[in-house]
Design a binder for this molecule. Structure first.
Ligand SMILES: *[C@@H]1O[C@H](CO)[C@@H](O)[C@H](O)[C@H]1NC(C)=O
Ligand SMILES: *[C@@H]1O[C@H](CO)[C@@H](O)[C@H](O)[C@H]1NC(C)=O
Ligand SMILES: *[C@@H]1O[C@H](CO)[C@@H](O)[C@H](O)[C@H]1NC(C)=O
Length: 260
């Protein structure tokens, strides 16, 4: 039983006050930027090389890029008409004409599950619960069966991706690309066999938010089948934490998520 919550971006809790703060900082920032830019433009090429070895040139590049957000084209799209390719997107469905009903600024959370038709009943409960909490939902069909989900009334409101015999990580790496999920506050990348009777997505997100957790999973009851001790519910506190050394994926890795 595994559940991961991966929030790729910081939380927009006090974005209003932050925005006004930024407004006052902006003239100074853009002036500084001009100075940086002027300096950068006059740096001799070999010096640039040395800078890039220290990673400094990259920082300059990022400055340059963030300044021209919409004018700079993503690499490879230069020959396309302007505005066709944007740097980021999300999974909110749009009507064929007009604008989406949802407020563009409303928080977007995503539930992504690798599913097989044999788990249809559990998945049904899960999807219903998350849709009613205004999550976007994406199903990865690893058994290649898509049509048999048509009976569910929510079928047309979720995104289906189908590829035979692929792992959750294979799907995640290809369809949850950072450019696409950057707009999400929280991503739930779940296994399909989790019971959700007592789970409240909104409440869970609010706990995770207030604790500032970047990766988390709901604790398991003592009665559950427990694979990892860390996943058992702590009796005295709302959450408990463990920090791991970040794993390394290299040419010798043999298991997902490295090989997915
Ligand atoms: C979901 O969104 C709709 C429309 O934006 C809103 O009316 C509804 O209250 C939201 N539901 C929840 C549980 O937030
Ligand atoms: C998927 O896996 C099943 C069972 O291992 C196998 O019978 C089937 O041929 C595989 N399909 C593909 C497209 O790889
Ligand atoms: C893979 O393992 C071999 C043998 O242990 C080692 O020599 C090699 O450096 C490893 N490769 C990487 C990329 O770590």
């Amino acid at each position: 039983m595994k559940a991961l919550v991966i929030p790729p971006v910081s939380l927009p809790s006090d974005s209003k006050s932050r925005r006004s703060h930024w407004c006052s900082v902006f003239p100074a920032a853009s002036f500084l930027f001009l100075i940086f830019f002027a300096l950068y433009a006059f740096i001799a090429p070999d010096y640039k090389e040395r800078l890039s070895r220290w990673g400094i040139a990259d920082t300059f590049q990022n400055f340059k890029f963030s300044n021209c957000k919409n004018q700079c084209r993503p690499p490879g799209s230069e020959s396309l008409p302007e505005g066709i390719v944007s740097k980021t997107s999300n999974f909110q469905m749009r009507p064929l004409w007009g604008f989406p009903k949802n407020d563009e600024n409303s928080p977007i959370n995503l539930l992504a599950v690798a599913v097989g038709i044999t788990q249809r009943d559990l998945v049904n409960k899960m999807v219903k619960k998350f849709l009613s909490s205004n999550f976007s939902v994406m199903l990865f069909h690893y058994d290649g069966i898509v049509d048999e989900w048509r009976d569910f009334e929510w079928n047309d409101r979720v995104i289906h991706v189908s590829a035979r015999n692929q792992t959750k990580w294979w799907f995640a790496k290809r369809f949850l690309h950072p450019d696409i999920v950057a707009a999400c506050n929280y991503i739930f990348l779940w296994d399909e066999d989790l019971g959700v009777e007592n789970f409240n997505p909104k409440q869970y997100v609010s706990i995770v938010k207030s604790e500032g957790l970047h990766i988390s999973q709901p604790a398991l009851d003592y009665k559950s089948l427990v694979h990892q001790q860390i996943t058992v519910r702590a009796s005295k506190s709302g959450v408990h934490r463990r920090t791991y050394k970040p794993g390394i994926c290299d040419g010798n890795s043999t298991a997902p998520p490295c090989t997915g």
